[in-house]
Design a protein around this ligand. Sequence first.
Ligand code: GUN
Ligand code: FE
Length: 422
Amino acid sequence: MILKGNIIYMCDKDTMIIRDKHYLIIQNRLVKGVFETVPERYQYEEIIDYGDKLIIPGMSDLHVHAPQYAFRGMGMDMELLEWLNEHAFLEEEKFSDEEYSNKAYKMFAEDLLQSPTTRACIFGTIHKESTYALAKMLDEMEMITHVGKVNMDRNSSISLQENTIESIKDTEWYIRTVIENCKNTKPIITPRFVPSCTDELMIMLAELREKYNLGVQSHLSENPTEVEWVLSLNRGAKHYGDAYDMFGLFGGNHKAIMAHCVYSGEEEMERMKENNVYVAHCPNSNFNLASGMAPIRKYLQKGIKVGLGSDIAGGTSISLFRAMQDAIIASKMNWRYLDSDKKPISSEEAFYMATMGGGSYFGKVGSFLEGYEADVLILNDEKYKCPHSLNSKERLERLIYLAESDVILEKYVRGKSIYKRN
Ligand code: GUN
Ligand code: FE
């Protein structure tokens, strides 16, 4: 298959490639390359001509809570811990009900399908059946996702607090069921955050992680009161990250994604680097819950991997266009108010984080370099009118600041069209 249009992608953190009226060649789900004319050997492949449209790689949302989608944009006048108790937990309790969860997850999955996201790491709730239903729904839509049944056996609301052994049993049932029944969805170990997991639970989750060779997703150093609480709960931990690492749930021999990382100190950052831990940068959520501005320039300078997260419903928008814009704004405020040595994130860098940076969690994903998996977005930016003509770079830059999901004209995952706007 060959897609023709104005093609933009990153080939590393700093280098954006722009090729107008070029051909993106895809074979066996993989990118073969971007060419000015179709090479002889691909002459008989079908060409889909998208004219003047922009063609970019699919985006990876490294952190999103599916059950929180229903109350996004509400109850945002609080900080993290109060917001969890007053809003997030109350909504998540409803997912013990099959009818409610099916309805709510369908709304989430349908909107995710229309968004720029082709791959995502997703939190469900503690409920194994409804989290499996979510996993299956996403699997059938053919997005590539890692979906976790959440674990919480302390400091939760009464109906969300699990018995430790039940929590592990349910998690193992969930893991096996997803592995047996899903092609595009994988399970991922999901301790909610240190305050909601006992040491015993963490130890057993690490065993499951090892047994099924899975990744880990959780939260890290999001809010000052939360960080203090973690250190008072786990007195042996040198820092918040250490409270995962001491149980084997902080990367190293496995992949781990930690959301937020607003208050990580030098030692925690060093451990993240050593263990190859991914930062899921969730700037919109960090604004809404007044968590702060994550020092993303510092992570990038240290060579720590960074992708973007919508963090619904701390974040209000499921669109990673919005996350790119907010990542840039957060870095500007960080530079102005906190650290004048750390220059703001450029639009290229934001685009990198949304595509290649987060995509690398899933393998060779998020670029059009040869051998990358062919996740592709076709963008229609006609609604953003302009009296003079814009080049492709300007059009992309503008979408980073203006766009929501409705610019997605068509979406391909691994070379297959999975969504087309009517
Ligand atoms: N920390 C623990 N749980 C959550 C959650 O649901 N959202 C956010 N933003 N942070 C958390
Ligand atoms: Fe979160």
